[in-house]
Write a protein that binds this ligand. Structure first.
Ligand code: MLT
Length: 410
């Protein structure tokens, strides 16, 4: 019999969001008249911006013509999309990138997982706690870790607790690590890091020959002009950081699928014999071998985000979600709930009232308010006692959900 990858058996629970989906479905079946409002998974609800939709349609029409038909594209993405992103999203930040440093993909979740292919297994990895579960679980799957302990921490991963005491920004590790995952604006806590805070990480990485995986999937939701949108705004970052971005939340592409990775030419690692080697070259090799590029209509739709019209319309959709975030944040505060985030990110991270565990609060909200959120403990042990609400719902649902929660907690 073929042998399985035993590493998968080390994973303690099913992936968080399907598990929540399962519980919500069971509740809905048992309570068919309940109007359940979902503010759990960060899934967008607004339709695509009209300019983006038009470009998508036009590109599908292209495929029906002999002249415009597009077959295999460049595996790393079309230059017209890469250049549009560089011009409109990075240049205004003072960041210059070459076309060869950006790779278009079918989404950031896959990128965050796939990047591990080009790093040796004996690298020491540091991740935040709480954290987007993909970082942790993919390291388990690939075989970098031992078993989990009773708290849920896996052997060989350095966990960096993020809590109120450190403003949800992890302290630098006390041991030498080789790979550091940072996500700002943060999923799940919705909190951000200043340039000074990120500089500490860049300096640490450069001093320790470490690589930062910087997940900037939520950068478009930043409202404070002083908060950095890209790790490359920090001096020295192009030597040590790989950045991930996503169209999912920014442009409503959770169902369309498009993301990007920036791997600067200067980010180097070493071979087992000690020679320097470029991660950019390895990522290109991996991409051209294992991927045939995001689809042509999807990339045309993504490029339309950077047109004048598309940019303005996309910004309006982001503002809509951030107004939802304000409604949730202020409503919870009025109900006496302590909460974080929601100013520069579409997530509100709240302290569960009455010392309930995260899952107890999940059950209370589901049963008593018919509102779905995400238990903080699902993002790691330090998330216990916290809960995440997403601002990606329809406005009327957000208002209704906040009203129900306020009434319930009075
Ligand atoms: C979340 O809710 O944390 C995200 O939607 C998950 C994801 O982006 O994969």
């Amino acid at each position: 019999m073929a042998k399985i990858n035993d590493n998968y058996l080390k994973l303690k629970a099913g992936y968080l969001f399907p598990e929540i989906g399962r519980r919500v479905r069971a509740f809905a079946e048992a309570n068919p008249s309940a109007k359940v409002i979902r503010l759990g998974i960060g899934d967008v609800t607004r339709p695509l911006a009209p300019a983006v939709l038009k470009a998508f349609h036009d590109a599908v029409d292209d495929l029906g013509t002999t002249d415009q038909f597009a077959g295999y594209g460049p595996e790393q993405g079309y230059d017209w999309l890469i250049n549009a992103i560089i011009e409109k999203s990075y240049k205004p930040l003072g960041v210059s990138l070459c076309t060869s440093e950006m790779f278009i993909s079918d989404g950031s979740k896959c990128d965050c997982a796939n990047i591990l292919d080009i790093f040796a297994l004996d690298n020491v990895v540091a991740i935040g706690d709480p954290v987007y579960p993909v970082y942790n679980d993919t390291n388990v799957m690939i075989g970098r870790t031992g078993e989990a302990n009773e708290k849920g921490y896996y052997e060989n991963i350095v966990y960096m607790p993020c809590n109120e005491a450190n403003n949800f920004i992890p302290a630098l590790p006390t041991q030498k690590v080789d790979i550091i995952y940072l996500c700002f604006p943060n999923n799940p806590t919705g909190t951000v890091a200043s340039k000074a805070e990120l500089k500490k990480w860049v300096d640490y990485a450069n001093a320790n020959n470490a690589v930062i995986f910087f997940d900037a999937a939520y950068e478009a939701f930043i409202t404070n002009p002083d908060i950095p949108h890209s790790i490359y705004e920090i001096e020295g970052a192009k030597k040590c950081a790989i950045e991930f971005r996503s169209f999912s939340k920014t442009a409503g592409f959770t169902g369309v699928r498009c993301g990007l990775v920036v791997v600067p030419e200067e980010v180097m690692g070493t071979t087992t014999t000690g020679e320097e080697y470029s991660f950019n070259k390895l990522w290109l090799r991996r991409t051209t071998t294992k991927f045939n590029g995001a689809s042509y209509p999807v990339q045309r739709a993504a490029a339309a985000v950077y047109s004048d019209e598309g940019w303005k319309q996309t910004k309006e959709i982001i503002d809509y979600y951030m107004e939802n975030a304000r409604i949730i944040r202020e409503g919870l505060k009025e109900a006496g709930v302590t909460c974080f985030g929601g100013v520069d990110a579409p997530y509100i991270w709240l302290k569960t009232p009455g010392n309930l565990t995260s899952w107890e609060f999940f059950d209370k909200l589901l049963n008593e308010c018919n509102v779905v959120g995400t238990p903080g403990s699902g993002f790691g042990p330090s998330g216990e006692g916290y809960f995440r609400l997403s601002a990606f719902g329809h406005r009327e649902n957000v208002i209704e959900a906040v009203g129900r929660i306020k009434k319930n907690l009075k």
